[in-house]
Design a protein around this ligand. Structure first.
Ligand code: B1M
Length: 232
């Protein structure tokens, strides 16, 4: 062991979180796993570890990716390290014992392979009591339709991280309209380049800024749907 090696467990919480941002930046998977476990052992809530250590770390990676300081291979390592941390948090976030709320099919749209945000939304939705069917990345409209038919969800969720792929959400919603099934489902969209206006323009029921907002929006729209059905 070299003299300057950092012992994560000896760092104070704020130093450890800072170090985890650096380790995520450097794509150090094992260090991210260790840091995640240490914070949990110190009594941090899984959601706090997720947002403060992992999501914030990835935000910094995103800035340097944008500015041409980091490149795809490096960002892939960061993404893998983040996924390793998320894998530790997933069961903790999912097993909250929340009452069953409904079912959601979710996937990243065609042409787009970003899945961290979608996975995070899936984790939080599971934790809130939703059954989640994750159809993965790069989904053409046929995949959404097949999953809808097979699973009959309450909610169809779509994720897009690229300005070039987000218009595909409209293709999916328009196809649902053509088939006469659009109004049977709550359609939620999300992803960093989207906004409220875009969500409305493509005909979604709501744009969800992040995973927590997705959970709240989903619960509210399910409640409204049940009220409507009850009143019908
Ligand atoms: Co990509 N990438 N990337 N990338 N990448 C972005 C998105 C980019 C903004 C980076 C940048 O320039 N600053 C930029 C897009 C620019 C644009 O379109 N305007 C970009 C680019 C250009 C590219 C490539 C084209 C690069 C290239 O090849 N030259 C390429 C495209 C590949 C493709 O998809 N065809 C590419 C590739 C990659 C990697 C493979 C290296 C990797 C993805 C690994 C993976 O996901 N498995 C990657 C990564 C990691 C990023 C950044 C750095 C981080 C994304 C992320 O995971 N964020 C990203 C920069 C950024 O977003 N700032 C970037 C963390 C995650 C928790 O946040 O995904 O926003 P987010 O999810 C949030 C909310 O958006 C929301 O809730 C989530 C949780 O709170 N949400 C939803 C997301 N989906 C939702 C669905 C819902 C509801 C809410 O449904 C109901």
């Amino acid at each position: 062991m070299s003299d300057d090696e950092i012992i994560l467990s000896e760092l104070a919480d704020d130093e450890l979180v800072q170090q985890m941002h650096d380790d995520l930046y450097d794509g150090l998977r094992e260090e991210i796993e260790e840091g995640t476990r240490i914070l949990l052992d110190r009594g941090w809530k899984p959601y706090e570890v997720l947002t403060e250590a992992l999501v914030e770390g990835m935000r910094i990676v995103g800035e340097d990716f944008r500015d041409g300081i980091l490149f795809v291979p490096e960002v892939l390592l960061s993404a893998n390290a983040m996924k390793a941390g998320m894998a530790i948090l997933r069961p903790l976030l999912a097993e909250t014992g929340a009452p069953k709320q409904g079912k959601m099919v979710i996937g990243t749209v065609k042409g787009d392979i970003h899945d961290i945000g979608k996975n995070l939304v899936s984790m939080m939705m599971e934790g809130a009591g939703f059954d989640v069917i994750d159809i993965g990345i790069n989904n053409p409209v046929e995949n959404y339709l097949a999953a809808i038919e097979e699973h009959q969800p309450d909610i169809v969720g779509m994720s897009a991280l690229l300005t070039t792929t987000m218009p595909y959400m409209k293709v999916v919603i328009d196809t649902m309209k053509e088939k006469g099934i659009r109004d049977n489902y709550i359609v939620l969209v999300g992803g960093a380049p989207l906004n409220e206006e875009f969500g409305q323009a493509v005909g979604a029921d709501a744009y969800c800024r992040d995973a927590a907002v997705t959970v709240e929006t989903a619960k509210e729209l399910i409640r409204r749907k049940h009220n409507l059905t009850a009143g019908a």
